[in-house]
Design a protein around this ligand. Structure first.
Ligand SMILES: *[C@@H]1O[C@H](CO)[C@@H](O)[C@H](O)[C@H]1NC(C)=O
Length: 338
């Protein structure tokens, strides 16, 4: 019996060794080349710029862009409805509905892009949610992804107005999503800021969406190797590539290579340390942001002046929690009780 076990173990060990030798570690992905459509034009334009006398630069920056671009994406003209696409908005959805809609929006986007071989990665608040627990931050109202300029071109030229029928059977959740690419995507500079967003992946039943922005090398001469979106978030190419293969909302997803650097640049390092935000609290045990309840057990304590003061029951300081009078309050008291 013991001999049998022994032989079995040795066999198993040999097998494992053979296996681990056979499985070569995956080669790090080569950073894809950022193909630029306006590359030549940008270089020409920037070369022109740097040759202009420096005294003109400030003035140039203030000169308004001549041709006015109309804003392409529209939101409902209602306060606080900025996170809904105007064409599909039927009213505000409940908190729960918003959360599940956003979760499936991103899943559908990941599923669709991967089915088409389209490269995309998480950005901004969506990336921050990934950092904490691979999920959307529960107070987020929209989602952000980025693509390269080359991918944006492909989306615009071959996939505009794609509708994607999605069926998530485990949750009996069906939706249709629409890809809409801003025709002004071809202008890669900020311009009048009317068209900072290059595309949207829209949930047709609620109007909720993912913002899609492309990154381009806009200043090849003065800032080579730096890519930016039209809202002027700048990244070095090697901060983005090679992308990291990960999971988000239980789907395969990609994030930029230097995600921490990017997040710190955008949100400061407090983004990783603040554990109370937007009426939510980070709970390490389940690894989740949990909504804080507004009710806090307290008792009333009667002060000498007859007024009552709330003291949190679980406050270990007890009565010490009553704030000490300020200097001027003391002065007033001395004067009053003289
Ligand atoms: C995508 O389609 C919409 C609707 O036809 C159109 O308005 C928009 O200009 C198109 N976008 C691009 C990049 O062609």
């Amino acid at each position: 019996m013991i001999l049998q076990n022994y032989i079995y173990s040795v066999l198993l060990l040999t097998l494992t060794i053979i296996q681990s030798c056979a499985a070569t570690p995956p080669a790090p992905a080569e950073p894809p080349r950022i193909k630029e459509i306006n590359y030549e034009k940008n270089i020409a334009k920037n070369a022109h710029r740097v040759n202009i006398k420096n005294s003109n630069m400030g003035e140039m920056a203030r000169t308004p862009v001549k041709e006015k671009e109309p804003k392409y994406f529209r939101e409902p003209g209602v306060a606080a409805a900025g996170h809904y696409d105007g064409r599909f908005w039927l009213g505000f959805v409940s908190d729960e509905e918003r959360k599940s809609s956003l979760k499936h929006l991103i899943r559908a986007w990941l599923q669709w892009t991967q089915s088409q071989g389209i490269e995309t990665w998480l950005a901004h608040g969506t990336l921050l949610g990934w950092w904490w627990n691979n999920e959307i931050l529960p107070w987020d109202t929209d989602l952000d992804v980025q693509v390269s300029e080359a991918t944006l071109k492909t989306l615009a030229e071959s996939f505009n107005l794609t509708t994607w029928s999605y069926n998530f059977e485990q949750e009996n959740f069906q939706r249709e999503y629409l890809l809409d690419i801003n025709p002004y995507w071809v202008n890669r500079l900020r311009g009048t800021a009317a068209n900072l967003i290059d595309g949207r992946w829209i949930d047709k039943s609620t109007g909720l969406f993912i913002d899609i922005t492309g990154l381009s090398q806009t200043h090849g001469v003065t800032r080579p190797g730096v890519i930016s979106c039209k809202n002027l978030h700048r990244y070095k190419i090697q901060e983005i590539y090679p992308l990291r293969d990960t999971r988000f909302e239980n789907f395969k997803a990609f994030v930029p290579n230097s995600y921490e650097k990017i997040l710190i640049k955008e949100y400061r390092s407090k983004a990783f340390t603040v554990t109370e935000f937007e009426r939510h609290e980070w709970q390490p045990a389940p690894g989740e942001w949990v909504k804080k309840t507004t009710f806090q057990p307290h008792r009333l304590h009667r002060l000498k002046n007859g007024k009552f003061m709330k003291i949190k029951i679980e406050d270990p300081r007890g009565l010490e929690a009553v704030p000490q009078p300020t200097f001027w309050q003391n002065v007033w008291r001395v004067w009053h009780y003289w």
